[in-house]
Ligand binder design. Structure first.
Ligand code: ATP
Ligand code: MG
Length: 431
């Protein structure tokens, strides 16, 4: 019976015989003593192998082991303040499972090299910590929507409709016809509300982003809730409650993991609703007061978002953007014509946009008119979408959250590519 390393520490008993299995994380020899630090998915454990205390095969296995060789070890626990976790294993038996070849990753390697060997680098403490944290973040997102009475549905990934503009589409041949990898599942999420009212989709979105940035991937995981009967006000409340829920759960349940990833839990404790809000026009003025150079009618770039969020410790809503710089499906604000009922949610300290949301146009005439203004054919490949407004349409709203953007901010990562195991970007589709 093998114990997980975290279990060995949890019991914290001295003189207990245990077997563990995993990979060699560190190794060091000092005369007839060999130290192997073993890791499994749950932690690391220092093991001391003394030549005169083990059989010949065990000593050879321990001596031959490289970093990342796979190994099984049996021994007795002993308190040792110098060992990680305060325990050491005094080894009785070693079984080298696969010695393999010398591991190609050592210290001080370039980011580019680590990306080339990402399939191996994913074993590092850095990456395993981030991947655990990402898993918890996603779990709490699911938990939040479950509590709120939402249903999760699966959308198609291959589509004929382009919802975020043609410039970032990945096209493909679909049995002789042109089709695309989806940029967003929103339009399909809208289909689902007529049966289930409150729904969400968590699926990959694909965007042929032509520039290199620290927050754009070509393939990312997109959480897209869509709610019948919700106004844009209800929509923003849902977004802030969701963000607060996930962040506070991470602080409460995983503060050690946050620390290990480079985020001080105290910084996140302040993330409490209601989040501050700025109207688009006020936000542009504020950017310019703070030294930016923006004209009204332009969208915020990474620099402008960084300037704007510098003063905040919590995410900031910017709402009511000019209608011509936003997507065709956003509803015009009857109280502020020329602007739409939409919002971006910007993470503090320059992490930038994590959510884009809006109330959708729900009346048939308005949608048809707007589609024509955007050069879209209401009777073409998107006829099905227009149809939704033909049969019992209702006011509704929704938003899109980039899971890697949320993870990047919560864990305070330098680059979005570390928030996903195997990143796809303009320069990389390997491994
Ligand atoms: P940006 O201005 O940063 O490119 P966007 O306006 O194109 O974002 P939306 O189309 O509103 O973004 O998409 C909704 C959310 O999806 C964004 O708020 C962001 O969290 C995420 N997102 C968008 N593009 C990417 C990308 N290329 N890589 C990772 N996440 C993305
Ligand atoms: Mg974009």
């Amino acid at each position: 019976m093998f114990s997980r390393i975290s279990e060995v520490f949890k019991k914290a008993e001295e003189g207990k015989k245990v077997s563990v299995r995993g990979w060699v994380y560190r190794e060091r020899t000092s005369g007839n003593l060999r130290f192997l630090v073993i890791r499994d998915a749950s932690g690391v454990l220092q093991c001391a192998v003394k030549k005169d205390k083990v059989d010949e095969k065990s000593w050879k296995g321990a001596s031959d082991a490289y970093i990342e060789s796979s190994i099984e070890i049996t021994g007795t626990t002993k308190k040792d303040d110098r060992a990680p976790g305060g325990f050491e294993l005094q080894v009785e038996k070693v079984h080298l499972i696969s010695r393999g070849e010398p591991f190609p990753i050592s210290k001080d390697l370039s980011e580019e090299f680590l990306l080339d060997v990402r399939h191996l680098w994913l074993r590092s403490q850095k990456m395993t910590n981030i991947m655990k944290a990402r898993y918890y973040i996603e779990s709490y997102l699911h938990e939040f929507f479950d509590k709120e009475g939402f249903y999760e549905l699966a959308p198609p990934i291959i589509t004929k409709s382009q919802c975020e503009g043609g410039s970032t589409l990945f096209g493909m041949d679909y049995f002789g016809e042109k089709a695309y990898l989806t940029q967003s599942s929103q339009l399909y999420a809208e289909v689902f509300i007529f049966g289930l009212e409150k729904v969400y989709v968590l699926a990959p979105s694909f965007r042929a982003e032509k520039s290199r940035t620290i927050r754009h991937l070509a393939e990312y995981w997109h959480l897209e809730p869509e709610m019948a009967w919700y106004s844009e006000e209800d929509n923003m409340k849902l977004q802030e409650n969701m963000v607060e829920y996930v962040v506070q759960k991470m602080v409460k349940e995983h503060s050690d993991l946050l620390e290990a990833c480079g985020r001080k839990p105290d910084e996140l404790k302040q993330v409490k609703t209601p989040f501050p809000r700025l109207d688009y026009e006020d936000a542009v003025e504020r950017v310019n007061e703070l030294g930016g150079k923006m004209k009204k009618g332009e969208d915020f770039g990474a620099d402008e978002e960084a300037v704007l969020t510098k003063e905040y410790d919590v995410p900031l809503f910017v709402h009511n953007f000019p209608k011509d710089i936003k997507a065709f499906y956003m509803r015009e604000d009857p109280k502020k014509p020329g602007t739409v009922l939409n919002n971006d949610l910007l993470a503090p300290h320059g992490h930038g946009e994590i959510i884009g949301g809006s109330e959708r146009i729900w009346e048939l005439d308005e949608l048809v008119t707007r589609m024509k203004e955007f050069g879209l054919d209401p009777d073409g490949d998107m006829k099905w979408y227009v149809d939704l407004r033909r049969y019992g349409s209702v006011p509704h709203s929704g938003f899109g959250l980039g899971v890697e953007r949320l993870t990047k901010w919560i864990l305070n990562l330098d680059h979005i590519r570390d928030a996903i195991p195997l990143p796809r970007t303009i320069t990389r589709c390997y491994p």
